[in-house]
Design a protein around this ligand. Structure first.
Ligand SMILES: [Fe+2]
Length: 380
């Protein structure tokens, strides 16, 4: 435990337990450092902290509709960047068919989250059939290509100059959320052997953001075997068994799936809402004061957000409080809880500020900042 300049105090009319037994008629807001692992305080407000009526200046909640970008590319390197900083790059790639070349990322590990479709992935380590909802972790330097079987789109998350790893499971043990034995790896199978041969293949390497092409008079995916603990791994959100408590709204960190040094990737999957009468039944208002929060909506009904559909992204930079939309808040306050929250979303929380890149900026929903206003929401 670090020696934070802090110790718990209670002031005024307050609950003693975070996210439960709120004082009558109040809205809870959590102010947290270090992604809620550092000092944190729950405030009890008499108005929702998202009740602003005017917002000026460059810092604001933003939303983007990646589903509206219909451009397809033959190479993931041509996919538009969505957000980035020195430690992470997020691209959204819509494949236009089977890749006619291999790619190799020399800048960092790649985490592919398949949004739509299914495909065969061929890489140094063999063949892996992939489908929507798969996370495919591709170690830096791996050669790979995909052959889609249907329309195929994916979020590509690069851990720049870094590696993905699994989170500490702590109290809940190493088999929680998903058993590491559920991680699939590519196989040297008949399909892999069938794509080998003496045809010319190009390998397009990304290093320091620049591209170099190496041509071979044969397919360099020609391994006949391998052994070791460095390989491509795959896990689908359907194999994630989420942590939940019927009495306590767990923070997003409970849903951490992959980590790198300066960001985490969390997965929200269908789970029951809290059912205890005293428990909060949806995300609490919060200021995540050291992290920018990027959320990609994959499928389902996004219960705490209005006017959000699959393929959309929200970005809540640190520096302000955010939380559920008024309609969700009103519904949750009336609800006994226990209902299934049918949503799948990928969250990337970054320690360093994210820049919004062209692929996102071109499809921005500029009215998002006003979407917490009940009147505006009714008009939309
Ligand atoms: Fe948040």
């Amino acid at each position: 435990m670090k020696n934070w300049v802090t110790f718990p105090r209670v002031e005024g009319n307050s609950s003693r337990q975070a996210h439960a037994k709120l004082p009558e008629g109040t809205y809870e807001r959590e102010l947290g450092k270090e992604g809620f692992f550092g000092p944190a305080t729950q405030m009890h407000h008499s108005h929702p902290p998202t009740g602003w009526i005017k917002w000026e200046g460059p810092l604001k909640p933003r939303a983007f509709d990646l589903a509206a970008d219909k451009r397809a590319q033959s190479s993931p390197w041509d996919a538009g960047k969505v957000v980035s900083n020195g430690h992470v790059q997020v691209r959204f790639w819509r494949a236009d068919g089977a890749m006619d070349h291999l790619v190799r990322n020399g800048d960092g590990d790649e985490l592919m989250f398949v949004h739509e479709g299914e495909a065969d992935l061929y890489c140094d380590f063999g063949h892996l059939a992939i489908r929507d909802g798969d996370y495919v972790m591709i170690p830096r330097g791996t050669m790979w290509r995909v052959e889609p079987k249907a329309a195929f789109s994916a979020l590509l998350i690069e851990a720049s100059n870094n590696s993905f790893r699994l989170p500490e499971k702590g109290l809940v043990g190493r088999h929680a959320i998903f058993d590491p034995a559920m991680l699939d790896v590519p196989r040297i199978d008949d399909a892999f052997r069938a794509q080998q041969g003496e045809k010319t293949w190009r390998v397009v390497i990304k290093r320091r953001g620049a591209f170099s092409t190496v041509t071979y008079p044969f397919n360099p995916l020609d391994a006949v075997g391998w052994h070791g603990d460095l390989t491509v791994v795959r896990i689908n959100w359907r194999d994630i068994r989420p942590l939940m408590s019927h009495r306590f709204h767990l923070p997003p960190s409970a849903h951490t799936t992959f980590m790198a040094n300066r960001f985490v990737v969390c997965t929200f999957v269908p789970r029951p809402a809290e059912s205890d009468p005293d428990a909060l039944k949806l995300p609490f208002f919060h200021s995540n004061d050291d992290y920018d929060e990027f959320l990609f909506y994959h499928r389902g009904k996004f219960f705490s957000r209005d006017n959000i559909h699959p393929g959309m992204v929200t970005l809540h930079p640190c520096g302000f409080t955010h939380g559920p939309h008024p309609k969700a808040l009103a519904m949750a306050m009336k609800s006994a809880g226990g209902q299934m929250l049918d949503e799948v979303a990928v969250m990337i929380d970054t320690r360093d500020a994210l820049d919004v890149d062209d692929a996102a900026a071109a499809h921005e929903w500029t009215g998002y900042v006003d979407s917490w206003q009940p009147k505006k929401e009714a008009a939309e």
